[in-house]
Design a protein. Structure first.
Length: 109
């Protein structure tokens, strides 16, 4: 299931796909952007899912990631920035906040 949740308005877009692959992840974004009538103007918050992140750069004090090339192209095309939750215990509160509101894992804008 793909969930795109807008933190400010509380609006959520849910889509069910037969797979959890990157194709479904990207298509879910396109359908969400269509449903909300545009693309969020700030960043979109993500867990460190493999559809977007190839690796987390541990040992840094920021949120740098090595992103998948296809994901970089997708974000560049649509013109939005990604904000990644911290991995592990450090980021648990960030993830719990939006997962509790949406009911399932997903992305937030």
């Amino acid at each position: 299931m793909f969930v795109f949740w807008l933190a400010h308005s509380g609006k959520a877009i849910h889509r069910v796909y037969p797979t959890q692959g990157q194709e479904a992840f990207l298509e879910g974004h396109i359908e969400a952007f269509t449903a909300i009538g545009g693309i969020p103007t700030r960043h979109i918050r993500y867990d460190n899912l493999t559809s977007a992140v190839a690796s987390v750069l541990h040992g840094t004090t920021d949120r740098r990631r090595t992103e998948n090339q296809r994901w970089i192209l997708f974000r560049s095309h649509f013109g939005f920035d990604a904000f990644y939750c911290q991995p592990g215990i450090a980021g648990a509160h960030e993830k719990a906040e939006w997962k509790a509101k949406s009911g399932v894992s997903g992305v937030t804008g």
